[in-house]
Design a protein around this ligand. Sequence first.
Ligand code: PMP
Length: 416
Amino acid sequence: TTPSSPLLEVVGGDLQVPLVNGEARRYVNLDYAASAPSLRAVADHVTEILPYYASIHRGAGYASQVSTRLYEAARGTVARFAGARDDDVVIFTRNTTDSLGVLAGCLPDNGDVVVLDIEHHANLLPWPPGRTRIVPAASTLATTLDRLSAELASKPAALLAVTGASNVTGEQLPLGRLAHLAHRHGARICVDGAQLAPHRRIDMIASGVDYLAFSGHKIYAPWGAGVLIGARDWLDAGDPYLAGGGAARDVGSSSTVWHQAPARHEGGSPNVIGAVALAKACAVISALPEGALESHEMVLRTRLVDGLAGLPGVQVHRIWPDSASAIGIACFTVAGHPPDLVAAYLSAEHGIGLRHGKFCAHPLVDRLGHPSGALRASFGAGSVGSDVERLLAAVEQLVRYGPQWTYGEVDGRCAP
Ligand code: PMP
């Protein structure tokens, strides 16, 4: 049976939203993969530390000292969460896009980057044009790994950049095997952990991952903070990501001496609250019993995928038939019903929030055969069985009877 209570309490778990027929219903948030709701523990921690809101590093006052300690301690919490090496650097950024941008700016000169075409645009677009080799995924994961191996063997590359889990289908990639493959060919591996980090334990040492990036807003913390963790040498050699105060150690009229990482890439006043909140989320997740996240999600995902696939005209998409595990995402289409209309209908008539479109992964959604987009239901530690049942009931009603629009007005908006 699916869980009736969340694994972790989130803010807004009992939010009531207006439907077009005038009723109010509990909001079903199935859009965790875009931005997850805040953990209650994270929100409480932010409230606790707000009185110490003060500029860090160069402030002598008590609140500045406390804020500085919280910010610097957050690096250690995040490093432990990721199973980083003792000498890895933790750089706070704005989000995953920013983190991958920092790494892209630190690539060794002339080093190539190898990526698969299933990536989110954040892990496709920041790499240097002309030095980025995009490998098309094959119809099985095993053949895809062979293709990557052949590509890395054919010509040296500096970096293999892969997602930990697809933001479209939820399928996980075998990070240990990919790291081994990259290292065998003299390349490093960077993992886009935006989707994986909130859902599965990552151990950089055990899996051999050299760089890891993820975002606060997908791991139950607020927007505006992300992280890049990894080997110091490249990060110290690269130009500062944002030139300015904080990144420079000495500035003369004709020369500048830059700090080493992390300060080197954290120019400007940092997002202290964001970084501390991100670290708090990491601490809460790290404290869960081994396997708790996986089993909470697995039961929900199985029910969701089996339930959707059992409805006439509904197709659940995956990239590979042989990928072993997946996080809390189901990508689907409903024959005869355009995804944008389905999403609008589920929101207006059923109070269900999910996402439609191409999910910033255009090459992959095209490859799945849906150039006009698909639907994505995604969930996590705050989700319960009734979220899944509400979606299944609504989609079942849709495929059996078509959209049942009621005409009404919500907040001055007419529907449909
Ligand atoms: N990578 C993946 C796999 C993602 O799902 C996302 C967000 N959808 C990103 C990168 C980008 O994250 P952000 O918008 O926080 O930079």
